[in-house]
Design a protein around this ligand. Structure first.
Ligand SMILES: C[S@@+](CC[C@H](N)C(=O)[O-])C[C@H]1O[C@@H](n2cnc3c(N)ncnc32)[C@H](O)[C@@H]1O
Length: 413
């Protein structure tokens, strides 16, 4: 399959030709177990959420047809792209030759599993759309079930449940330079009695890195099984026996670990500089639409986190902030009432967040144009709203921190 590819990432427009294996829509049958994937929805998602700050060394783990390496070659000097599949590395080489990266950018392809080919090295950025699909392994169920399930290298890393993503989150810090960032896609299990964010949060704790997880989608076990059985080219119409066997194996596998649902999302990790302890630990669900490319928003959020970490409340009170250009205010009125009963401060860009604002916070954001310091605005609002300045300060400063962190307000000095 040779087709044009176009995307906008945080570095701007990209437009290439990409070779890969033919998809099941083209062949009308099951994929081969060594199928090499073209650029799909997940590939574009990762390319678009990746921060595209100019960097030295990038690792693309599980490069497939080389799509992430091509994106990385636009803002890195050295790219190492790895894969367990030699066929994938062949496609990646072909695509790199076809879409020659800029002069002076060096792209190396390496064969091997997960972090093995880069052990002992360090990277400023690691990107990976790894083989994260949670897949039953037939084992005792026998050869017929194994045949029905297929054994797809492009999506199944061969481990149980979501262990592959857990291990990658835990281990990737070993190849990150201080300040280096890893951006990964993954699936995680929602197990009965264990909130997903606690489970994935424990992975972040084990990693010892700054961590930010955005859960973008949740499927129940049946939806998940159907999605991936179809993705491999098995349909109930064409292969009813294999469909039923694979479906049953998937549901049994989930049931064996009390899995009630499967989350999909974006994981951003960062190795703190100077041996410092991690300060960022955020796990959130955001299943609504987002404003892609998110890469610049991710980079700005990490920078805003650092800016806030460096300031206690006294220093924050001296800072000058300005509302970002994409911020608007939504007011909800009971019919006939002059004053709104709900005010939402809305972000048009990035994750499109909305924050319910008190009268004080809405007024604060309204006057944030960089002119007055935070403390001056709080003092003036206290007098205007007839609220003791200290009370207003305790109410507003945590909310202001949240707005800075999420890009509604930006340092103006
Ligand atoms: C979902 S595809 C991603 C391809 C491409 N990076 C993209 O974004 O579209 C996962 C890739 O990981 C590779 N892979 C599978 N098992 C692996 C392993 N143990 N180590 C490294 N790569 C592996 C597969 O061959 C496949 O190319």
């Amino acid at each position: 399959d040779l087709r044009p590819y176009a995307a906008v990432d945080a570095a701007g427009d990209a437009s290439w030709w990409l070779a890969s294996d033919l998809a099941e829509l083209a062949t009308g049958g099951r994929l081969a177990t060594d199928h090499v994937l073209g650029a799909g929805g997940a590939s574009t998602t990762l390319a678009q959420v990746t921060a595209r700050t100019p960097v030295g060394r990038v690792l693309d783990l599980g490069t497939g047809c080389g799509i992430q390496a091509l994106h990385a070659a636009r803002h890195a000097r050295h790219v190492v792209a790895t894969d367990l599949s030699r066929r994938a590395l062949g496609f990646a080489r072909f695509n790199l030759v076809l879409n020659t990266p800029a002069e002076g950018v060096d792209v190396a392809l390496r064969h091997g599993s997960m972090l093995d080919p880069v052990a002992g090295e360090s990277f400023d950025l690691v990107v990976s759309n790894p083989p994260f699909v949670i897949t039953p392994h037939a084992g005792a169920a026998g050869a017929a079930v194994a045949e029905a399930l297929g054994d797809y290298e492009y999506r199944d890393g061969g481990r149980s449940g979501d262990d592959l993503v857990r291990d990658l989150v835990r281990d990737v810090g070993g190849v990150l330079a201080p300040g280096g960032v890893a951006q990964l896609l993954g699936n995680w299990e929602h197990r009965r009695g264990e909130p997903w964010d606690e489970r994935v949060g424990a992975w972040l704790d084990a990693a010892g890195l700054d961590g930010w997880v955005i859960q973008r989608e949740v499927l129940d076990p049946a939806e998940y099984a159907e999605t991936w059985i179809r993705d491999g080219g098995t349909t109930p119409e064409r292969e009813p026996g294999a469909w039923a066997a694979a479906y049953g194996a998937w549901l049994d596998d989930f049931a064996s670990r009390d899995v009630e649902a499967v989350g999909f999302g974006i994981v951003t990790l960062r190795r703190p500089t100077g041996g410092a302890r991690p300060t960022l630990r955020r796990l959130e669900e955001h299943t609504g639409s987002v404003h892609q490319p998110l890469g610049a928003h991710v980079a700005a959020s990490l920078a805003a986190h650092d800016w806030l970490e460096a300031r206690d409340d006294a220093a924050l009170a001296e800072a000058h902030l300005a509302a970002a250009d994409d911020v608007t205010e939504e007011r909800f009125h009971t019919p006939g009432q002059a004053d709104p009963n709900v005010v939402v401060i809305r972000q048009g860009d990035g994750l499109g967040r909305g924050v319910h604002a008190s009268t004080g916070l809405a007024a604060f954001v309204g006057v944030c144009d960089g002119e007055l310091a935070v403390g001056q605005i709080v003092g003036a609002l206290g007098a205007l709203l007839d609220v003791p300045a200290d009370d207003l300060r305790s109410e507003l400063l945590p909310a202001v921190r949240g707005l800075v962190r999420d890009g509604f307000l930006r340092p103006a000095d």
